[in-house]
Design a protein around this ligand. Structure first.
Ligand SMILES: [Fe+2]
Ligand SMILES: [Fe+2]
Length: 448
């Protein structure tokens, strides 16, 4: 089947601007170390000859790197990727995707810096190809983030999400979404997804991940055999992506995908990052919410098994999706608030972990419960009501996180400011976290 044929008939390929073999939707990803290694991924409607990336410090490029090409069962689109190694940290490069007879526009990308620097990154989950998704990506594009952390449920090509009887994958949803994110930012700054339940797709291998992993190049430095786990660093911030399908109590289709090894990997990874003198901030992302008062999915006791690790290693932010809303918790230890941080406030992050739901990326929204109640799904699937004194701020519409980091100044304090913005770019929540190198700050109260 031709790309788009099912929705627009067999003449779609003649539409102006759409050429069957034209390379499209270029996207940057991180390699194992984004200071020196990046990936470039893109798509063509059909097989092409000699897909390559021209790569270099200017428009003379200098390196021609051949692509690896993959396909998914039942779909003609070819997905190409190149890993570019041996780069210099913090340097701008130019690249161009091409094959025999066609080329994409030249793009600029930058490697991760060797030292801490001010920067902004974006985070969202649960997007799809809706009008809301387009608005969110417009806001994201205007923020020019250094990278984007996606919290799963990327395009909903398989609506079953690992719950309903296996359905049919609408591959067009993937290709539309890849173009959307490429245009907004991913052609210039890395797109870094954690896996959601909707990346479990019918006919895509035992675990349903084959379509996702064919289209998205992940860093590949996580738990051996489980590429949905990875970590990476930009300046003094470390990101860790975890596969919540492994442990979810609500959606059990992929439980034990790691064979029980993911938790040990997570503990080792967090220990290593917290011991790294160049890492101040640790941000962990996974799909299912540890703490959320939304009525659709609520909280998942399965992922709360990792909370002791987040406490032990002083994880600063845990970012989730799955619930299509925004929610911020108070700083927590052992699931209980250790302070009250109102919108606009500051917090000494070494004393408590802030959990964020960033599932407002564009998918259909669902109501929040009446505060302060949550429903937590426990092992066996029962949904148990619980009080939610941890709920700090909630927003039940499309939204995006823009997170700005300033490196340690002369006093040794670094700040991480979480801004939650609406689909029009209006800020509706903000909290600033503080950390001092090698020294836990006392908890600070909200700013006046
Ligand atoms: Fe979702
Ligand atoms: Fe989900």
């Amino acid at each position: 089947m031709l790309y788009g044929a099912a929705s627009a008939g067999p003449v779609l390929w003649k539409r102006p601007g759409v050429t069957m073999g034209k390379p499209r939707a270029p996207r940057i990803g991180w390699g194992a170390d984004p200071r020196t290694t990046l990936t470039v991924s893109w798509a063509t409607s059909l097989p092409v000859h000699n897909p390559v990336v021209d790569f270099g410090v200017d428009d003379s490029f200098g390196r021609v790197l051949p692509a690896e090409t993959r396909t998914v069962p039942g779909w003609d689109v070819n997905y190409h990727r190149v890993t570019v190694e041996g780069l210099e940290p913090g340097r701008r490069y130019r690249y161009c995707i091409r094959h025999d007879g066609a080329a994409g526009p030249t793009q600029t990308v930058r490697t991760a810096p060797a030292v801490a620097e001010p920067f902004t990154f974006a985070a969202f989950g649960d997007q799809g190809n809706t009008a809301g998704a387009a608005q969110i990506m417009q806001v994201l594009a205007g923020a020019t983030p250094a990278f984007t952390f996606c919290l799963g449920d990327l395009c909903y090509a398989d609506p079953s999400g690992g719950v309903l009887p296996a359905g049919r994958v609408d591959h067009r949803a993937w290709d539309r979404w890849l173009r959307l994110v490429s245009q907004a930012s991913a052609s210039r700054a890395a797109l870094l997804p954690a896996v959601g339940n909707h990346e479990i797709e019918a006919g895509m291998g035992d675990w349903g991940y084959d379509g996702f992993l064919t289209r998205i190049a992940l860093p590949g430095n996580g738990l051996a055999g489980l590429p949905t786990t990875w970590s990476g660093r930009w300046g003094n911030v470390a990101l860790v992506a975890v596969d919540a399908n492994d442990v979810s109590a609500e959606i059990t289709r992929n439980n034990d995908v790691s064979g029980g090894a993911q938790e040990l990997w997570l503990a080792r990874t967090l220990a290593g990052l917290r011991a790294d003198p160049l890492v101040d901030w640790i941000v962990v992302g996974f799909h299912h919410c540890a703490y959320c008062t939304n009525t659709l999915h609520g909280s998942d006791a399965g992922v709360r098994r990792w909370v002791p690790l987040f406490d032990r290693f002083g994880v600063d932010l845990v970012i989730n999706g799955h619930n299509h809303c925004y929610e911020r918790t108070q700083p927590l230890r052992a699931g209980l608030p250790v302070a009250e941080v109102r919108s606009g406030g500051t917090w000494g992050s070494a004393s408590g972990t802030t959990y964020l739901c960033a599932g407002g990326g564009g998918g259909q929204t669902f109501p929040m419960s009446t505060a302060p109640m949550s429903t937590v799904t426990v092992e066996g699937g029962a949904r148990i009501p619980e009080r939610a004194p941890w709920s700090a701020h909630r927003y039940n519409d499309h939204s995006l996180l823009l997170i700005h980091v300033d490196p340690p100044g002369s006093g040794g304090t670094t700040t991480l400011t979480v801004r939650a913005v609406s689909a029009t770019g209006a800020e509706f929540d903000r909290v600033t976290l503080l950390r001092r190198r090698g020294l836990a700050l006392p908890a600070e109260q909200p700013a006046a």
